[in-house]
Design a protein around this ligand. Structure first.
Ligand code: ZN
Ligand code: FE
Length: 253
């Protein structure tokens, strides 16, 4: 593999990710949930930070930008909205390319959780860093976007090759699984939920998961198939998605 990945828990339920292009030795952090934790992981490996790749502007994603910039003089790449709270050197949006040495990330517009949320997709290594857009068995809360926008974003991720690894920014899978089981009774979901609960009982992360796994069991990606059960047969897919998202916002389980 040409891209080395270090995954570590930080803050309450975030995951930090350091990625290193093996050919060039260049290193980036995906988001900056916790500058101190990121600096520790860098030091432990003797790595220098060359880039920050932000997915969206929320403080648990861009809140460490200023400290890391100050300490490492790294270059910060991300959506323009990051400037609401943090420094940014290169604004990017869907369709742009971001290079880390020989590794090329395609920027995918996954707006909805925030308006300019982006994902970083490395086709050669079959992986995407998706921030708070999609999670194992779930998706981000729709804080800023509209259902049509967020549904289109999720469909862009679902259209990636089936074996693409989706690296999400939070550990929310157990709660997501409980909600999913309340709206969907498919055998694939039952199996997946069992695997999620078992992984969490062992203290293991549930991300990354694959596009195929999410398409098979994630209720938000399966919205069109759940329409009838929700009394929304014949409605546009994004309306069914919106109903599921609203139900999850209210879910206490
Ligand atoms: Zn967020
Ligand atoms: Fe977040």
């Amino acid at each position: 593999m040409a891209l080395q990945i270090v995954q570590f828990p930080c803050l309450t339920d975030n995951y930090g990710y350091l990625v290193r292009d093996e050919a060039s030795g260049l290193v980036a952090t995906i988001d900056t949930p916790d500058a101190a934790a990121i600096l520790t992981e860098l030091d432990r490996r003797g790595w220098r930070l060359d880039f920050i790749f932000n997915t969206h502007w929320h403080p648990d994603h861009a809140g460490g930008n200023a400290v890391l910039k100050d300490r490492t003089a790294c270059l910060i790449v991300g959506p323009q909205e990051v400037t609401r709270i943090a420094p940014l050197d290169r604004p990017v949006s869907g369709g742009d390319e971001v290079r880390l040495g020989q590794t090329v990330f395609s920027v995918i517009d996954v707006g909805g959780h925030t308006l300019q949320h982006i994902a970083y997709y490395d086709a050669d290594d079959n992986m995407a860093f998706v921030g708070d857009s999609v999670f194992p068995l779930g998706c981000g809360r729709m804080f800023e976007g509209q259902p049509q926008q967020m549904w289109a974003s999720l469909m862009r991720l679902a259209a990636l090759p089936e074996d693409t690894l989706l690296y999400s920014a939070h550990e929310y899978a157990a709660g997501n699984a409980r909600f999913a089981l309340s709206v969907d009774s498919s055998p694939a979901l039952k199996r997946r939920a069992d695997a999620v609960f078992a992984a969490r009982a062992r203290g293991e992360p549930t991300t990354p998961s694959t596009v195929a796994e999410e398409k098979a069991a994630n209720p938000f990606l399966r919205a069109p198939l759940l329409a009838e059960g929700l009394g929304l047969a014949g409605r546009p897919d994004y309306e069914v998605f919106a109903a599921l998202r609203a139900a999850k916002d209210e879910f206490r389980g």
